[in-house]
Ligand binder design. Structure first.
Ligand SMILES: *Cc1c(COP(=O)(O)O)cnc(C)c1O
Length: 344
């Protein structure tokens, strides 16, 4: 039995999702004629109290389109040093938007108005124009740490005063909502753009949706076209997204429970020196001195447990829809029975 904890992107559609895809009504979405894509876009926009949505092939694309919508060349984007938009999108901010990046050292990737404000440039001929703040919820690099709305509100207020746009990389926003108990509807008032990923914990095979005002999405459609992201009978994929929203959100709580159990087990073995607090479905742990992440990943893989080295001393495990309780029990057994000592 392979227990694949490398990422929540490894899920495969179940029969119900496949059925929904097979029977989707489709059309040419570049002509604006795919009713299933429209249904998905409207459904998510309504859920987050935003005016409009745009279905895209990836979360990288929704983020990069948003950044391009909200900046001009020579502007500066403020984000956490570990943020996906900065670290894992191939330098896309520079490439697509010709903007610079101002990095903030968040607390496990969580930013506060106090951390953001000093990084906002005043009007000055020498300085780039600070035009956008990007938050990530949950924070991937922060071990799945999440913001609640009470933390987001004052950041929104600051951005409003400074006339700066606020974008949310919500690749795992439903994990955050599950953990905090906040309502999706309340999000719309705080953000100019929201990226929502369907192919992570929700279990759809492909796709993310960018949410924004009608005006933002009108611009975003043009940028998506230029990025080569206009898709034709995309309704087959959108149907999987609708199915995921209808069926898989309540299952995220189980993923969180599983992640906590993994975190508890890891905190008890001698080859682990610390585990980041487990808030959602991501477990990041630091290894004891002298133990290399590759060694742990290798030995666990031999016992059927797949995970990732994410830094010189850290390993990450991610729970998801295709991980059962039985798999977690087995993974925990293997974690406990692995015996590693330094310099081995
Ligand atoms: C996965 C992820 C994305 C988008 O990734 P794609 O693979 O391009 O869909 C964006 N932000 C975060 C935090 C992610 O974890």
């Amino acid at each position: 039995m392979k227990i694949d904890l490398r990422s929540d992107t490894v899920t495969v559609p179940d029969s119900g999702m496949l059925e929904a895809m097979m029977t989707a009504k489709v059309g040419d979405d570049v002509f604006g004629e795919d009713e299933t894509v429209h249904a998905l876009e409207h459904k998510l926009a309504a859920l987050f109290n935003m005016e409009a949505g745009l279905f895209c092939p990836s979360g990288t694309m929704t983020n990069q389109i948003a950044i391009k919508c909200f900046t001009k060349p020579m502007d500066e984007v403020i984000c956490d040093q570990g943020s996906h938009v900065y670290r894992y999108e191939r330098g896309g901010i520079a490439y697509h938007s010709m903007a610079s990046v101002r990095l903030v050292n968040g607390i496990r990737g969580i930013l506060t108005p106090e951390l953001i404000e000093p990084e906002i440039n005043e009007e000055n001929i020498h300085y780039p124009n600070s035009s956008l703040v990007v938050l990530e919820n949950t924070v991937n690099k922060g071990g799945g740490a999440c913001y609640n709305l009470a933390q987001i509100e004052p950041i929104h207020t600051l951005c409003n005063i400074k006339e700066i746009k606020l974008h949310l990389d919500g690749a795992r926003i439903f994990n955050a909502l599950t953990a905090t108990g906040d309502h999706a509807l309340a999000y719309g008032q705080y953000f100019d753009g929201i990226s929502v990923c369907l192919s992570k914990g929700l279990g759809a095979p492909v796709g993310s949706v960018l949410l924004g005002s009608k005006e933002t999405i009108r611009e975003a459609i043009k940028i998506r076209k230029a990025f080569g992201g206009g898709m034709r009978q995309a309704g087959f994929l959108a149907a999987a997204g609708i199915y995921a929203l209808d069926h898989n959100i309540p299952k995220l709580a189980q993923d969180h429970k599983h992640a906590k159990a993994l975190g508890d087990a890891l905190s008890k073995v001698s080859y682990v020196c610390s585990v980041l607090p487990v808030e959602t479905n991501i477990v990041v742990f630091e290894l004891a001195n002298g133990i290399r992440p590759e060694t742990v990943v290798h030995h666990l893989a031999e016992s059927g447990v797949l995970c990732n080295a994410t830094g010189p001393k850290t390993v990450r495990m991610v729970t998801h829809l295709n991980i059962s309780e039985e798999m977690i029990d087995r993974a925990i057994e293997n974690i406990i029975h692995l015996h590693l000592s330094a310099h081995k």
